[in-house]
Design a protein around this ligand. Structure first.
Ligand SMILES: CC(C)(COP(=O)(O)OP(=O)(O)OC[C@H]1O[C@@H](n2cnc3c(N)ncnc32)[C@H](O)[C@@H]1OP(=O)(O)O)[C@@H](O)C(=O)NCCC(=O)NCCS
Length: 178
């Protein structure tokens, strides 16, 4: 697969990110479909100053092959619960780089960043049930399926789709790494 490098995006990355973010093979599986190119630039360039967004670009041999998403969010519960303890991950592999282990490597790196780097308590990820490759990536990363929501996600071409949600806790991450 080659070594993957995970880093913040810079202005020089924006064009390549724009080139595949709205690809039909990508949008088939995204909840948020079309992303306006100016919004994409603004959102990615704001990441270094954000306290909650740790999204990264994934580079292999000097080429951007994927984007990884890691957002710190609040858990749910009664007032007074700790905040900023949970994370949500996601990923998009460049359509020319799929099937080479990049998605799996990115998911593992995002979990490592969330648990070892940021000290999160719990990390979750969602996917369309029919996104076989993404479901495989999450299961290989050691995440547990916690929820299967029937006809829960609206897709503008496909209508209502089933969604699955996966999770991992910090102690599960530690037990897995031993
Ligand atoms: C889903 C996605 C991230 C997978 O990334 P990838 O780099 O192709 O995945 P990997 O090469 O790491 O493969 C992971 C596993 O999925 C399997 N897989 C990959 N593509 C597949 C496909 N089209 N159908 C079935 N299985 C597939 C691989 O065989 C591998 O399993 P294995 O190790 O048991 O053989 C990538 O296809 C993608 O970005 N898709 C569009 C955007 C998207 O769906 N993002 C996720 C939203 S939840």
């Amino acid at each position: 697969m080659g070594t993957l490098l995970f880093r913040e995006a810079t202005e020089a990355d924006i064009e390549v990110l724009q080139s595949f973010r709205n690809d039909p093979d990508v949008n088939r599986f995204m909840v948020r479909t079309y992303v306006d190119p100016d919004d994409l630039r603004r959102e990615w360039l704001a990441v270094p100053d954000s306290a909650t967004d740790y999204s990264c670009v994934v580079e292999r041999d000097g080429q951007v092959v994927a984007m990884g998403f890691l957002d710190i969010v609040d858990g749910s519960g009664q007032p007074g619960h700790p905040t900023g303890t949970d994370g949500v991950i996601g990923y998009i592999v460049h359509p020319e780089a799929t099937g080479q282990g990049v998605g799996s490597g990115t998911a593992r790196a995002l979990l490592q960043a969330g648990f070892d780097g940021l000290g999160l308590r719990r990390v979750t990820a969602g996917a369309n049930l029919d996104n076989v490759a993404s479901v495989r990536v999450l299961e290989q990363a050691g995440m547990r399926r916690e929820r299967h929501a029937v006809k829960a996600l609206w897709h503008r071409e496909l209508g209502w789709l089933d969604e699955v949600e996966y999770a991992m806790l910090d102690d599960e991450w530690l037990a897995r790494a031993l």
